[in-house]
Design a protein around this ligand. Sequence first.
Ligand code: NAP
Length: 331
Amino acid sequence: MTDISPITPVRFGIVGTNFISDRIIAAGREDSRFQAVAVYSRKQETAETFARKHRLLHTFTDLRAMAESDCIDAVYIASPNFLHAEQTILCLSSGKHVLCEKPFASNAQEAKEMIDAAKRHNKVLMEAMMPTLLPNFEQVRQQVSKIGTVRNYFASYCQYSSRYDKFKAGEVLNAFKAGMSNGALMDIGVYTIYPMVILFGKPLRINASGLLLSTGVDGQGTVQFEYPSMLATVVYSKTFDSPLPTAIHGEEATIMIDHINCIKSVALNNRENKTTEDLSIQPLHNEYYYEIAEFINIIQSGKKESTTNSHQHSLWTMEIMDEVRRQVKNR
Ligand SMILES: NC(=O)c1ccc[n+]([C@@H]2O[C@H](COP(=O)([O-])OP(=O)(O)OC[C@H]3O[C@@H](n4cnc5c(N)ncnc54)[C@H](OP(=O)(O)O)[C@@H]3O)[C@@H](O)[C@H]2O)c1
């Protein structure tokens, strides 16, 4: 494995050939330190089509061969959730840094094994949770300390899935298949929980409800959390849309967030003088740029993990999601 000095680009191998990998490559190329050089696909033809589209030099149909290859330094993993742990551990054990899509794993046990592998092999491992690395999330973080005692967090992310029409017509795509660790909580709800964990840590108590679809995956859910001096509620769905924003209520002011899955607007509503202050930061880059920049910064600074999308935050989020799924299943 070659050493990477601050001026050397980080060469990425890509796992997963769906639209999110297209977006990551486009965003990564806004950073001169990012180089997409290889792709792994189960099929040679898919790998070649993807490589042509993105001008990649190498294709693989054997993940181990890509992971062990000298042509890459890091791997971006955008496979179905149930494969994240196995593929991450394989790449880390082969000496590659890993940026792994959300949700981090199928469950907390797998997340622990991934983190242990990163430590054992001394490689960078980060969850590709995009919104928490946006400049507007940093703005939210700074404002939280200015709104008085925080009493409530409310987050909503409800998006009618483009794959739900097919599901209703009888065609079950990966997103609604049980056994692939998918469903509303894993795919969508995670966006409401991860920021809460970064801002407020792990809750004391969890009370979850959800509606299961015929395949056994959840289509929607509502979860209430109890912290020592505040409450939190998250609402998520793949079966309906909602324009509801996210809000963090302090005794002195409320922070309003337009979309918790990709924050574009942050506003502060002051209780006393009834004013609303727009605190949004206009990003200079594509929204996915920031997670790639963070990942490369960590590699090049010699650190092993992000302080925002940290191992602890990913693990706590998985532990919370394990408990939510346990409660929803047992109701
Ligand atoms: N950050 C974001 O904004 C965002 C957006 C969408 C998705 N995601 C995350 O990205 C990941 C991929 O999501 P997706 O919707 O793209 O998933 P997907 O379409 O089900 O699968 C992604 C890729 O994995 C491979 N694959 C599909 N089914 C497989 C199977 N049964 N066994 C092995 N490999 C299989 C396919 O690549 P090949 O055919 O080339 O092998 C496919 O292109 C998920 O973790 C999801 O949560 C993130």
